[in-house]
Unconditional design. Structure first.
Lengths: 97, 335
């Protein structure tokens, strides 16, 4: 992110994410969203994306219409990444609380 | 009698005398070594902190070549110390070890920071480690190690809570714990320094936004905390994280781990315990670098001792950090 053009691209992706974060977080499986490089087949690409973090990746066929995450938003690619349940990491986490 | 039993008997017979010799730190039974190679001959092994030539010590202070028919073999092992664990009691305590408010489980002593107003050295960690998710008052005792690691109020209090950035929780779906809600315009430093004043809750606020999960505590004795983080050292200065940046942290549960920044400017919903959640803005996500108990660890650049963030949440797949500058500004401290 050294060049000006990539900085501009980053800011654009971030602003689209800011505009749409509420509707994304309202979906049941979504725990967060942010800006990151898109992954394809487990490999990082150079393309910036809105990263949508979900507890568990599920196929679109089993999701209700309102729960499906769009593949792109305002032309910006969306990358769904499974992160599990994000929890505060005091030692209670290890005892399953 | 077997050769092993003979060597052991000689060891038992002479061990008290051997311990009187300079530099001897242990005795046992083992194969004798000659010119760096193990032989088949059993011997009385004499462990010394430092190997010195016979002429320097004199015969009376040297280990005899044989005892009661058994050969001896002197090996240098250095000074043997009890292996200290991150979950042990440490005095002085370095950042990276276990600590926590007396009513929590355990988290990590993140770093030493300085109060912008007074210049005093303070312990940095999370609100949920030092201030029990807002359920704490100034001067509450902080234990090292934390309660889950056996820390007790009577013997292990190392510091007192000074201040924290209040967490604003949303209730989980299906629950409305209005009584727990703090109604605040933003996540700024608690103005309750030195006072017992508590803000009482009134209204559920699903829009509540947090920037940091952070608090500071004052050591009872300044000489009892160290500035250098275990396995990392002294960290000075801060920088913003960047995508793909290589980073590391040292924490109470998983020690030193390396990772990579995967998501920036993240809006994330974090679960606290079983019944609370809080939403955070501008967060940093990395590859999995942590487990429960690592909360409060300082995130540091991989190739430079510069601070990037403060670990506070995660899963088996990811770890989440507050950006360091927001932490320092909220708590009014410098690194």
């Amino acid at each position: 992110m050294s060049s000006d053009s990539s900085r501009v691209e980053y800011e654009h992706v971030k602003s689209v994410k800011e505009t749409h974060k509420r509707e994304l977080l309202a979906k049941q499986n979504v725990v967060g969203c942010g800006v990151g490089y898109k992954f394809v087949d487990g490999k990082r690409t150079d393309k910036l994306a809105i990263v949508v973090m979900v507890r568990e990746k599920e196929s679109e066929s089993v999701l209700a219409l309102g729960e499906i995450i769009p593949r792109q938003i305002e032309g910006v690619p969306v990358d769904v990444q499974e992160v599990g349940d994000l929890r505060g990491l005091d030692d209670e986490y290890n005892s399953g609380l | 009698m077997t050769a092993y039993a003979e060597a052991k008997q000689a060891k038992e017979l002479y061990k008290a005398k051997l311990f009187q010799l300079p530099n001897v730190v242990g005795v046992g039974v083992g194969y004798k070594e000659a010119r760096g190679e193990r032989t088949d001959e059993l011997s009385v092994k004499v462990l010394v902190s430092q190997k010195l030539p016979r002429y320097a010590l004199g015969d009376s202070k040297s280990v005899p070549r044989d005892m009661a028919g058994a050969k001896t073999d002197v090996i240098e092992v250095g000074i043997l110390r009890a292996q200290e664990e991150r979950t042990d009691r440490w005095r002085p305590a370095p950042p990276g070890v276990s600590l926590g408010h007396y009513q929590i489980s355990a988290g990590t002593f993140g770093a030493v920071v300085r109060d912008r107003a007074t210049g005093e050295r303070l312990i940095l960690s999370n609100n949920h480690v030092l201030a029990n998710n807002n359920n704490a008052a100034p001067n509450d005792p902080i234990l090292q190690p934390g309660p889950a690691d056996g820390g007790t109020l009577r013997y292990d209090a190392i510091a007192q809570l000074v201040r924290f950035c209040p967490l604003q929780f949303n209730s989980e779906p299906g629950e409305c714990t209005y009584a727990d809600m703090y109604v605040r315009a933003g996540n700024y430093v608690a103005g309750l320094l030195g006072s017992q004043h508590r803000i009482t809750a009134s209204r559920y606020n699903p829009q509540a936004i947090n920037l940091v999960d952070a608090a500071v505590a004052r050591p009872a004795d300044e000489s009892q905390i160290l500035d250098e983080i275990l396995d990392i050292g002294l960290v000075e200065g801060t920088m913003k994280a960047e995508l793909s940046m290589q980073v590391r942290k040292y924490g109470r549960t998983t020690g030193l781990t390396l990772g990579e920044v995967v998501v920036m400017d993240a809006t994330v919903s974090i679960s606290y315990g079983t019944d609370k959640a809080a939403t955070f803005e501008n967060q940093i996500l990395t590859t999995a670098m942590s487990q429960g108990g690592d909360s409060g660890s300082l995130l540091v650049a991989a190739d430079d001792n510069i601070a990037v963030g403060l670990l506070f949440a995660g899963s088996t797949q990811s770890t989440v950090y507050n950006p360091i500058q927001a932490i320092l500004d909220c708590l009014e401290v410098n690194l």
